[in-house]
Design a protein around this ligand. Structure first.
Ligand code: NCD
Length: 361
């Protein structure tokens, strides 16, 4: 257990006053994540290390011996997957990641089946989880709630790490990690992510995956970001301010067809209409932000199309068979990078390095 936890020395009111950049170091243990809560806590060496580790785990898992080795790494630990919002891929990839590294997992996916239905506060429910489990992976509709939990647990008698698996309209840092891993692999033979032009398309105002990824991309020199959306769904001013501060070039646009031939990666997203108050997004003419089969002709030969999924009509299914459509590979990458993150949190990644070196030497 990580007792020397900087969050435990900080009063809640002081913590609340910090900017995300200032909060970041409180979630780290020297250069490794202890909690994984916001994109701002990651630096470039940490991202590179997580990607390297994910690839090593992927390689080791190719053999039965390797799979058994990995499965023993965290077999004494238990994880709680607490998902208070719908999820398919994030939940299942965390579940599969837990299986890969041998951490035993339990789940609450519907607060109506827990004592929250009897009026227990989510804080008390999670405090209960921390009595039984060594890691909490949580998705919650309230932005910032995972941070509050991390602070609360750090100041309890069982300070366990917390991973944010999606917090309201705010952030989805582990999705951004898998997006980075996917981009890195895609551009491996084409000079890396550095200097690439990357477009975000769709609901950028409420899409938490976009917000986290836009922040992580500031760590790659020369990347130009394009935000392509109807005006009412454009990216938040806080993200643009962070980009300005980092000296990142970006373009705001509503002309999807114009940017298709210009960019190296297109990150499509769905309309997040679960946040509508009066079905307002129904009024928006969204079709011109959909990627159709005929758009493939305009796309650069080495460009890639990503999507955090689930999709609706943003990408027509006949695009799926094009080699530039990499969203299904992106899904699988989520499992490897999350396994890497869990191992890193528990400081067990050096055993993977040793096994990998023996395997490849
Ligand atoms: C995303 C999410 O939940 O924010 N899904 C995911 O985790 N892959 C994107 C979405 O729901 O549109």
């Amino acid at each position: 257990m990580y007792r020397n936890n900087p969050l435990s020395k900080m009063p809640w009111e002081s913590f609340l006053k910090l900017s995300p950049e200032e909060k970041g170091p409180y979630f780290m243990r020297s250069d490794r994540p202890y909690h994984a809560l916001i994109a701002q806590q990651f630096n470039r060496p940490t991202l590179d290390r997580l990607c390297e580790l994910a690839s090593r785990i992927r390689r080791i898992a190719k053999t039965r011996g390797g799979t058994l080795f990995l499965r023993d790494l965290l077999s004494e630990k238990r994880a709680m997957l607490y998902f208070a919002q719908p999820s398919t891929r994030t939940f299942l990839s965390f579940y599969a990641a837990c299986q890969i590294v041998g951490i035993q997992q339990a789940e609450v996916r519907d607060t109506a089946t827990s004592s929250e239905l009897k009026g227990e506060s989510p804080e008390d429910s999670i405090r209960t989880f921390s009595s039984y489990f060594d890691l909490i992976v949580m998705r919650h509709p309230v932005g910032g709630f995972a941070e509050k939990i991390a602070w609360m647990l750090s100041n309890s008698e069982r300070p366990v790490p917390v991973i944010n698996a999606g917090s309201g309209k705010d952030q989805h840092p582990t999705q951004a990690l898998l997006d980075i891993y996917t981009l890195q692999r895609s551009f491996e033979r084409h000079g890396g992510i550095e200097g690439k032009r990357i477009a975000f398309v769709g609901d950028l105002a409420r899409g938490r995956t976009v917000r986290s990824l836009a922040l992580l991309l500031t760590l790659y020199p020369g990347v130009k970001q394009y935000f392509c959306a109807p005006e009412s769904l454009q990216i938040g001013g806080d993200i643009l301010a962070a980009l300005d501060k980092a000296g990142i070039e970006y373009e705001i646009s509503s002309d999807f067809e114009k940017i298709i031939p210009e960019v190296d990666a297109i990150y499509m997203t769905r309309i997040q209409d679960e946040w509508d108050t009066a079905q307002e997004s129904r009024q928006i003419e969204i079709e011109k932000f959909h990627f159709k089969a005929h758009h493939l002709q305009a796309l650069k030969e080495e460009a890639v199309i990503l999507h955090p999924l689930p999709r609706r009509k943003e990408i027509s299914p006949d695009v799926d068979s094009d080699p530039r459509a990499i969203y299904w590979r992106q899904v699988r990458n989520g499992m490897w990078i999350r396994a890497a993150l869990i191992l890193t949190i528990f400081d067990r990644e050096k055993e993977v390095d040793r096994y990998y070196h023996d395997l490849t030497s």
